[in-house]
Design a protein around this ligand. Structure first.
Ligand code: F6R
Length: 606
């Protein structure tokens, strides 16, 4: 939610700043803006435009002054609409200090009133602008020390923020700060970077420094100083980025989403590798199941659906009681949590504010936290007792695909691990599950080889006003995920239902020609017959049935065959055609696949 980049070093700054913004645009695309410190001195050079980064690039021309330090922002609007004026960077009244921000300043109304009294003139409707005026005054009070000013200002702010600031009097210096919002440092040779995530500088360096809560970073081309909010200098926590720069490229595909759908055999294999026979003791060391009476999975959106599937597998395989909670609701109902609760946050980004806050609530009540995350060095794993990383690589498309299947794998690995250490699963059962898990990459490959006709079929329904998804058992959360994908990409009404629930109300939605996607339980399951009856019920009322099944199905108008697999693992295969339906429907309806309207990746506000 908002992408932030900063560059200072030997190169002309515009290029790495723009490149960083291109790679971070998935975090928000309501507007984009850049501020450069001009080598020749004088005022900062600032350009910003509403809309996608392309709008900004169009007006840049070749009049950009020589500069070796700059900051850039791509916005997901919260306070103030997506206009040129509300776009970041925001400037102080002298035009010497520029600031960009990701997050929400909760006390901005009071701050603004106070600053206006002191004579500051505001131009935008944003919460951010208060901070630049505050910082401008604080810098003067600290005799031009921008880092000291930033520390003072952070002490006055409530809410969540990543802030980057640059001042024309010190052209090579960028100062950043973070609280509940992400910021990482990229360490280069004669150049340094700041970004919301490593994708912002991955092509320039693989060396990174993670920043903790309320830390301030002060960079020039050849120095990086990290302090806490009191000014105590901290030892930088360095790490190497394992992601390949090419992983953040489209690689010949029309869209990142399509590429990410097709990457799934590999990302599933990468998440499984070396873990099926047992999780690394380094992973499990931080987590002790002794005395655990309850497991609570907390997550949002797609990750929540992975958690729902996880509940089926973990309960059955380990005998533990598992609750799955929407992170955004969790802490507000003040649930009972204690030291015998194991909390499992699931998050691709590791920065989702709702999940982070739910996890902090649980932790403050004594819970043990074992997170599942895709992003190394992000806040959620940093604040967990232990973490199981999914190895999906950078997910750039806003709609989650490969991260979801990797999260499913993580759920199965945890179920298997808990079942093993609690002695619930026999050796033979463990072996059978392990074998089936190991076969998943090849089976997903098989599904991908057969989905092409589904694209033409999807187009037949492009003018439908609604599409329903039915499933039972683990097919139910899969149906929810199929509906979520369609909503966010096709902007059409879509809902997922448990097959048995239809007759309790939702069946009234079925009309002549309503497309219904039915995720069939495997043919050998007791639920296959029940689901077949549910299909008959909707078919009798005019629905057109698109069935995803591992066996022939006479009642299906269209059948998408998937390989047979262990009941609990079926979502990994069944979700792939659902992702393809959503992708194709977005194209058929002329929508932006990778950057759907109103959305942003990594939701760092509540
Ligand atoms: C949907 C989607 C979102 C995310 C949700 C949680 O396609 O991507 O629903 O799954 O915002 O994000 P993470 O996993 O980063 O916590």
């Amino acid at each position: 939610m908002c992408g932030i980049v900063g560059y200072t070093g030997k190169a002309a700054a515009l290029s790495p700043v723009l490149e960083g913004l291109r790679r971070l645009e998935y975090r928000g695309y309501d507007s984009a803006g850049i501020a450069l410190a001009v080598d020749a001195g004088g005022p900062l050079w600032v350009e910003k435009r509403a809309g996608k980064l392309g709008n900004l690039e169009e007006i840049l021309g070749d009049q950009v002054p020589a500069s070796h330090a700059g900051i850039g922002h791509t916005r997901w609007a919260t306070h103030g609409g997506p206009t040129d004026t509300n776009a970041h960077p925001h400037l102080d009244n002298e035009g010497k200090l520029a600031l960009i921000h990701n997050g929400i300043i909760e006390n901005y109304v009071e701050l603004r009133a106070e600053l206006e009294k002191r004579g500051h003139i505001f131009k935008s409707e944003t919460d951010t602008e208060s901070v630049v005026h505050l910082l401008s005054d604080a810098r003067k009070a600290h005799h031009g020390d921008l880092a000291a000013a930033m520390r003072e200002v952070c002490g006055q702010l409530r809410g969540s923020f990543t802030l980057l600031a640059i001042h024309s009097d010190e052209p090579g210096r960028i100062v950043g700060a973070r609280r509940n919002s992400p910021l990482v440092v990229g360490v280069g040779d004669g150049e340094n970077f700041l970004a919301s995530d490593v994708a912002g500088f991955i092509e320039f360096t693989k060396h990174a420094i993670e920043l903790g809560q309320d830390e301030i970073v002060d960079i020039t081309s050849n120095s990086i100083v990290v302090t806490d909010i009191n000014g105590t200098v901290l030892e930088p926590r360095k790490y190497e980025i394992s992601w390949d720069a090419s992983a953040a490229e489209r690689g010949g595909y029309d869209h990142f989403m399509l590429k990410e759908i097709y990457e799934q055999p590999k990302t599933i294999a990468d998440t499984l590798i070396g873990r099926v026979a047992g999780l690394d003791p380094e992973i499990t060391a931080g987590i002790d199941l002794t005395g655990v009476t309850k497991v609570v999975i907390i997550a949002c959106g797609t990750a929540f659906h992975a958690g729902l599937v996880g509940k089926y597998a973990i309960e059955k395989w380990s005998g533990l009681t598992v609750e799955v909670e929407l992170a955004s609701e969790y802490r507000y109902r003040e649930p009972s949590v204690d030291a015998n609760t194991l909390v499992i946050p699931i998050s691709q980004s590791g920065e989702t504010m709702d999940t982070l806050m739910a996890m902090r609530y649980a932790r403050s009540h004594g819970a043990r936290v074992f997170s599942v995350c895709n992003t190394n060095g992000s806040t959620i794993p940093r604040e967990s007792d232990a973490v199981l990383y999914t190895h999906a690589g950078p997910e750039i498309a806003v709609a989650s695909t490969k991260a979801f299947t990797a999260q499913l794998i993580a759920m199965y690995l945890l179920g298997l691990h808990f079942g093993r250490i609690r002695g619930v699963l026999s050796d033979a059962e463990q072996e059978a599950i392990a074998l089936e898990l190991a076969e998943l990459p090849a089976k997903v490959e098989q599904v991908l080889e057969t989905v092409e006709p589904l694209r033409a079929l999807t187009r037949q329904f492009k003018d439908a006003t609604s599409m329903l998804f039915l499933g039972r058992h683990v097919g139910f959360p899969t149906a929810l995920e199929g509906a979520l994908k369609l909503k966010e990409l096709a902007y059409m009404h879509a809902e997922g239902f448990a097959g048995g629930e239809l007759k309790h109300g939702p069946i009234a939605l079925i009309d002549q020609g309503t497309p219904v996607v039915a995720i069939m339980p495997s043919a050998h399951s007791v639920l296959a017959e029940k689901m077949a009856s549910n299909i008959q019920e909707v078919k009798a009322r005019g629905a057109i049935i698109i069935a995803i099944s591992d066996a022939p199905l006479a009642s299906a108008d269209h059948l998408i065959r998937i390989p047979a697999v262990h009941d609990f693992l079926q979502p990994v295969l069944a979700v792939v055609p659902l992702q393809v339906i959503a992708y194709e429907m977005a194209i058929a309806r002329g929508n932006d696949v990778d950057q759907p309207r109103n959305l942003a990746k990594s939701v760092t506000v509540e």
